[in-house]
Write a protein that binds this ligand. Sequence first.
Ligand code: G3P
Length: 221
Amino acid sequence: MKFFIDTANLDEIREAQDLGVLDGVTTNPSLMAKEGISGEENQLQHYIDICKIVEGDVSAEVISTDLEGMITEGEKLASLHPQIIVKIPMIKEGVKALKYFSEKGIKTNCTLIFSPGQAILAAKAGATYLSPFIGRLDDATTDGTELIAQIRHIYDNYGFKTQILAASIRHSMHIIKCAEYGADVATCPLSAILGLLKHPLTDIGLEKFIADYKKVNAVNA
Ligand code: G3P
């Protein structure tokens, strides 16, 4: 299972990279806006800066909703850096754009996935990654992780190569459920990745190991 971090914040990306378990980054226009990155030149430079921190894939999203616009934007993004993945929304023109980029050998991430039907279309169009938004489904009182299981089952039935990139992850249990259900990638906030570290018995156990060592080795606390 690959771990991506879902942020445009360079400090958080560096912290996750330093942990040694990071495989890539996903961004979206909301995450870029949260960091106050405005203007095309700054946005393009920011994607390059992210690519310099991590070694893996970095998703950069198009804003256009027409085919021509998505192609122009996507090609510009893809030419920025070999690690860039063009993020395309699941709309009719987006499906056509996925097909176009797939035939040109440009990697894509189909975003805003909320149903198995959308997942089938994206795979048929040759998407490299597929981003089901599990947290937003939970918000709408539907178990988002069930969608991951459903898509895994469908993709395995037909040998679809599109990688399931579980997105809109809100906490560590989402990551664990996605791992159980066979997501290829989880893109997570830093807090959800760090949350995997935590167990009170680990802390209690470590405290006792250190105390016992000090008892016999006369180490000053
Ligand atoms: O990157 C897309 C996705 O992860 C958004 O998450 O928390 O805004 O639903 P969220």
